[in-house]
Design a protein. Sequence first.
Length: 256
Amino acid sequence: MGHELQDIWFSYGDRSVLSGVSLELESGLFHGVLGPNGSGKTTLLDLISGHLKPNKGRVFLEGRAVDKAARRELARKCALVPQDFRVNFPFTAAQVVMMGRYPHIGRFGAPSQEDWDMVEEAMESTGTRDFAQRNVTELSGGERQRVVFARALAQNAETLILDEATSNLDVRHTLALMRLAADKVREAGLTVISVMQDINLAARFCQSLLFLKNGKAAAHGPVDDILTEPVIQAVFEVKSKVYFDETIQRKQVVFL
Ligand SMILES: Nc1ncnc2c1ncn2[C@@H]1O[C@H](COP(=O)(O)OP(=O)(O)OP(=O)(O)O)[C@@H](O)[C@H]1O
């Protein structure tokens, strides 16, 4: 079991975005969600995390309807790293990471030592401790993205939902963040659902890929089965050569 989508239809006004998507994202795996711009990837994540409600169909998490769960309960189960995190108020980086603990702290409660320890650990693992006391409004795009990732780790949820979470990161920090997410899957049994533009990065770190095209699931399954030249042609309309890279022991793609 995991996240199950049953015949999901979704429109923004009269703009139809998803039409009849049914699939299951098994728990304990690193899932990559790929597809052309505007194909509905972010919308799909928002439906999975309960931030949007489908016009038709239902989303289930471990067999339970997401629209029946309280916001706080969902926040304890799913941590979201949005594509673009902006705040106007000058919170410090540490305060933003502590926001990840709010779903665990009672309404009128104060952070416990355990909450502070988890914030510290999340900042340590994302290399954000150096700017813990700086205002997030003054951080660079990549620094801010790592702080928001730390917030999601501090949330200690079973599912980590990443929306192009490495789009502003340099290659070293991109690899570090992907490795961290993959370690959480392997060692702690987390589920990661990650929208990614970089197919090679997805092929390297994900176990399962979902390709969206024109509001439908065009292909979905284990990386080795799904990542093929015909699928890339059908989804992105580009020619490619898919090969097995001996160095990283993963399929990779060269675009022609
Ligand atoms: N709030 C909104 N109101 C109206 N239309 C929207 C809204 N958000 C997204 N859309 C439209 O819905 C479609 C799907 O958007 P979505 O952000 O889910 O795509 P995406 O696959 O994540 O795209 P990208 O790769 O560019 O990030 C697009 O055509 C977009 O213009």
